[in-house]
Design a protein around this ligand. Sequence first.
Ligand code: BES
Ligand code: MN
Ligand code: MN
Length: 446
Amino acid sequence: MDTDRLLRELTEFLRIPSVSTNPSHSADCRAAAEWVAGELRRLGCRDVQFLASDTHPVVWGVGPEAPGAPTLLIYGHYDVQPPEPVDEWTTPPFQPTVRDGKLFARGAADDKGQVFCLLKAIEATGSRPPVNFRFLIEGEEEYGSRVLFELLRREPERTRADTVLIADMAYVAPRWPAVYTTLRGLCYAEISVRTAKSDLHSGEFGGAAPNAHEELARLLGRLKTPDGKIHIPGLYAPVRRPSKVELATWKRLPFKESEFLKHRVRAKALTGLKSHSVLERLWALPTFEIHGIMGGFTGDGAKTVIPAEATAKVSLRLVPDQKLKVVERQLAAAVQRLAPKYVQASVKFLHGADPATVQVTHPAFKLLDQAFREVVGRGTVPARAGGSIPVVPALGKGGAPVILTGIGLPDDRLHAPNEKLDLKQLWDGIRVFGRFYELLGTMDVS
Ligand code: BES
Ligand code: MN
Ligand code: MN
């Protein structure tokens, strides 16, 4: 494997600041899409297109025809999360740098490095594996995949395949590769409160006028109480507790709550529902998080004002069998119920996703297990994921098994400063997926 060349090529991809949520990076998103399209052409794809290209394009590719062989659809995303706070990066987010065998850059693990891994694994096998490759690499995953959703609704035949492969996750621990059986869904919203026509002098009116920030804080404090319980009527009703068998398998994973607190969370204590294990809280329970609160005076110096309006960006993570549409209604109703009569409260939904469940019994999972076993010495363990990939339910609609896996490690710092990918994981990953493609080529699809 020519690791020097591969590292140079990945560096080129990572240099492109393809931040999909920020319109000022539209041209960069397009450049990243071009980079992917160039790679697909080099792999000999017959058909490479930009679909839905009025926003960040979805890159579609159809590999060389392999008559009678299985069809594998590879999904991934070339967009990345904003790099802020940039000051906290040791080296700049879009100047990929290797330190101590790790490649630091925004997108190194999520998901450019992993898309790169899946693509380079095709050429790494030497002879081209007997697989009909299809590629769907989008540029809006990090803000809800709206365009791809609509595209798949119009053109569901794009997902027709024998297997779908996604590498956008991590091992559960070093040397412990995984396949994921669920993803959480997401319901992202802004909760606003208005308490008066305009801001008021806090001397003239303080003591008698309602304060929007105070009302919003109280409302948020009621939506989730210190015990970790979310007070949205009906929210927990469809939530199924994992089976005893599943909970027992989690106990055997190399996961220690105390280590998780000390090395990953790096806080003084863990929070949430104490009646449930930490893995259950991360993988099998809904969440309610506040991402930011806007309004009032936050500039330098002091200003004595009673704010008339305040807005919080919040999100809920959803678990099987919750439904996004239902949760949206439940949240909107709860906010109305919790707001006092003199407060005008509203909820605006920004984006969301249903949770996903995948059965890991299809023969293709055995082949991936074998590939990992041969290359890294351990097969895949079934686990659940706390994060979301919005289009996964849509990708599975055609009936093909969706393999959710990845080559990241739990300490890759996705979405955070100093995101990285261990190069050993990448080189192993290229061998693993190369082997997987070879094995898949032998799978009977008649
Ligand atoms: N790759 C992640 C999803 C992920 C992270 C799955 C960790 C499992 C473990 C993906 O790129 C992501 O960040 N998704 C967003 C989706 C959202 C913006 C709609 C997420 O989960 O916040
Ligand atoms: Mn991702
Ligand atoms: Mn992400």
